[in-house]
Design a protein. Structure first.
Length: 285
C-alpha cells in the first residue's frame, strides 16, 4: 500500500518565491490499483508523485510504502526506489546508450547483477512492452516516438519495481502510439497485478485504463474515487478547470434533453453497448 498522512510541501521556503505546493494530502492506494492523478497545471499532481519514491522530501507529514515510513532517517532509499519506478514526462529524452539493449540494461547493470540475469531482465522487460527482439541492437534514436517511449519504460521495468508511476506517458504521441502505450500499461496491470499511478491531462486516457482517480486542486485532494464516481461529478470538475470525456459530455447533453440514459458513461465502448441495447429495445417494441 501507498499512504500519505498530512503531506505538505513548500517550494523555496522563506524565499520571495515561496510556494505551498501540497496541503495536508492524505491518500491511500492499495496494492494492485490502477489510479489516475488528474488536475490542472499547478494543482500539485507532479509534486505529489515525486514524493512517492523519495525524489522530493516533504516539508512535513509522512509517506508509507508497504508500511515503511520513507520520511524517517536511515531509511534505505535505494531499495525504495527499486520498488517504486518513476517514469518522467518525455522519458525518451533520457535515452543515451548506443543500443536499445544497453539502455534497458542500464538499471540492472548498476544494481550489480550478473550478465545472465541482466540479459534475462532485458528480454523480459522488452516482451512486457512489446519491443521486438530485432530492434534491441538498434540505436534508440532510430526508433519512432512510441517505440522510444516503450524503451524508456522497459528500462524502468527491468529493475522489477512493484509500483510504476508515469507522468503524462502519452504526451506528444500520435493516436496509434498513444493507444499502443495504453494497451501496454493495461497489460502490465493485468498480468503482473502491478500498482500503476498515471498522471494525465487526458480524460479519455484515464477513462480507458484507470480504475480509480485522484483529483488534485490547489495542492489538495479534491476528489478520490472510482472513475464512474468522479466523472459523475462533471460539473464540479469543470468548475476547477477540468472536464470529463467527450462521450460523457455528449450523454449528459442527451440526458438534459430527457434521454434517460445511465449517468456513468465515460468510454466509447460502453456508450456503444448502451445505445445498442436501447436500439434493440426500440426494435422489439
Amino acid at each position: 500500500m501507498i499512504k500519505t498522512e498530512n503531506l505538505n510541501y513548500i517550494y523555496q521556503p522563506g524565499m520571495p518565491y515561496e510556494k505551498h505546493a501540497l496541503y495536508d494530502v492524505n491518500i491511500e492506494i492499495p496494492d494492485g490499483d490502477f489510479v489516475a492523478v488528474i488536475g490542472h497545471t499547478g494543482s500539485g499532481k507532479s509534486t505529489l508523485i515525486q514524493h512517492l519514491n523519495g525524489l522530493i522530501k516533504p516539508t512535513s507529514g509522512h509517506i508509507f510504502i508497504d508500511g515503511t515510513d520513507i520520511t524517517q532517517p536511515k531509511v534505505d532509499m535505494k531499495s525504495i526506489r527499486k520498488k517504486v519506478g518513476l517514469v518522467f514526462q518525455y522519458p525518451e529524452h533520457q535515452l543515451f546508450e548506443e543500443t536499445v539493449y544497453k539502455d534497458i540494461a542500464f538499471g540492472p547493470k548498476n544494481m550489480g547483477l550478473h550478465q545472465d540475469e541482466i540479459k534475462e531482465r532485458v528480454m523480459e522487460a522488452s516482451r512486457l512492452v512489446n519491443i521486438d527482439e530485432s530492434i534491441l541492437e538498434k540505436s534508440p534514436f532510430d526508433l519512432s516516438g512510441g517505440q522510444k517511449r516503450r524503451v524508456a519504460i522497459a528500462g524502468v521495468l527491468s529493475m522489477h519495481p512493484k509500483i510504476l508511476i508515469l507522468d503524462e506517458p502519452t504526451a506528444g504521441l500520435d493516436p496509434r502510439g498513444r493507444d499502443s502505450l495504453l494497451e501496454v500499461l493495461t497489460s502490465l496491470h493485468d498480468k503482473l497485478n502491478m500498482t500503476i499511478i498515471l498522471v494525465s491531462h487526458s480524460m479519455e486516457d484515464v477513462a480507458k485504463v484507470a480504475k480509480n482517480i485522484i483529483v488534485m486542486n490547489k495542492g489538495t485532494v479534491f476528489m478520490h474515487g472510482s472513475v464512474a464516481e468522479v466523472f459523475e461529478r462533471g460539473r464540479e470538475l469543470i468548475e476547477i478547470g477540468l472536464n470529463v470525456p467527450q462521450v460523457t459530455q455528449l450523454f449528459n447533453k442527451l440526458n438534459e434533453m430527457g434521454a434517460g440514459l445511465p449517468a456513468d458513461i465515460y468510454t466509447v465502448k460502453y456508450a456503444a453497448k448502451i445505445l445498442d441495447e436501447r436500439m434493440k429495445g426500440i426494435n422489439n417494441v
